[in-house]
Design a protein. Sequence first.
Length: 289
Amino acid sequence: MTIRSLDELMPTVNFASRATTSADSMWGRRVIPDNQLFYVVSGYAELSVGGKTYEVRNGECVHYGPECPHELFAAERTDYYSIHFHWRHESTAPVHPGLSIRYAGREAPDGQPVHPAPVIPPYGPAALPTHFTVSGLEPIMTRIVKEYELEQPGYGAALRGLMTQALTHVFRQLLNVRAASTAGSKIEPAIAAMQEQPGRNWTVAELAATCGYHPIHFSKLFKEEIGLLPKQYVIGERIKQAKRALLQGEKIESLAERLGFTSIHYFSHQFKKLTGLTPTEFRMQGKDA
């Protein structure tokens, strides 16, 4: 099922474990009915999928989904977490994937893995790669495994909440990596200018000039690196500042003018588009928190 945004997440955990396997362990050439996160705590494993082989070492994770033949191999003694899940499912009740796993015989695994790419305002889509490094995930995974194994009342709902937290944690780190990569990028001067003066009515030509590019070439580079148009990015920066200012008590009228919005109506429209709340609703929730 396609996930268009993180707000649409309704994950169901079907299986969760932490285990240690001996060297030269192989899970076979197989196809699973759901999605799997395989995280290496210590040791070394290899994933073959889509014609590529990924090395999975300490603190690294791989993700693959249903109907995608793959082969997982532990080259040495490996301590790992394994979580099977659906991205979005009405029921929270775990359905063990074991009976639905198909083994693909001795042929080489083929078929390309799917990379879910939910939109995360104001940053745009963030694709989950097959192989990635993530820190701080182990405590959440430990809680998922414990909840799955104990099966206490309401554990399906608890697992949904924890899995949402885990996936959100992963996407946040992916966005941080992407942001760090832009620090040495070709559009760094434009990014810095918009962050320093989000209320300025920037034109593409002005932003392109800060980087020394033609506006058309600049727009193409910006879209490739950030996933947004320059106008969308600067609006996102304005909304980030607006949220802080609203909680500090600044009046909506002066805030909209200071941040370069042409009217209070346009400011409120953009604010609700990115946050799901009007400026007034956001301020009231902040007071109640």
